[in-house]
Design a protein around this ligand. Structure first.
Ligand code: HEC
Length: 106
């Protein structure tokens, strides 16, 4: 039994870190430089990184829907967070990163 839980733990760590998906590391960089300013603290109601209450309802949408909102602007969020130099792919990577940070357990 002990062996199984260790394997589960390792698997969970690998999956949540998603070391194999390069989009997450790329997205984290984009997030830090362009999105964090609002999404770390919830400026104007921006869903806070990792906050399941704020992200929960939004995660009912597909990645494509979230992306299209972020690209064209949504509520009080300007298109691409106002960082118009970002490519669509960079914004997409940042969203992969942001949604990967949501704690599903609480
Ligand atoms: C100027 C502040 C600001 C910046 C910078 C910003 N956002 Fe936002 N973001 C918001 C706000 C405010 C909302 C909530 C909008 C609403 O629901 O009315 C939001 C919502 C979102 C959503 C959820 C959209 C949905 O359909 O529910 C995503 C995804 C998102 N932002 C991604 C990003 C990404 C990626 C970046 C960086 C490239 C970024 N944001 C930068 C303010 C910002």
């Amino acid at each position: 039994m002990k062996g199984i839980s260790v394997i589960t733990l390792v698997l969970a760590t690998v999956l949540s870190g998603c070391a194999e998906d390069p989009r997450l590391a790329l997205g984290e960089e984009v997030y830090r430089q362009n999105c964090k300013v609002c999404h770390a603290q919830g400026i104007n109601g921006a869903p806070i990184l990792g906050n399941s209450k704020m992200w929960g309802p939004r995660l009912g949408q597909s990645h494509e829907e979230l992306l299209s909102h972020a690209l064209s602007g949504y509520g009080l969020m300007p298109a691409k967070g106002g960082k118009t130099h970002l490519t669509d792919e960079q914004v997409s990577n940042a969203i992969f990163y942001m949604t990967s940070q949501v704690e599903i357990s609480n």
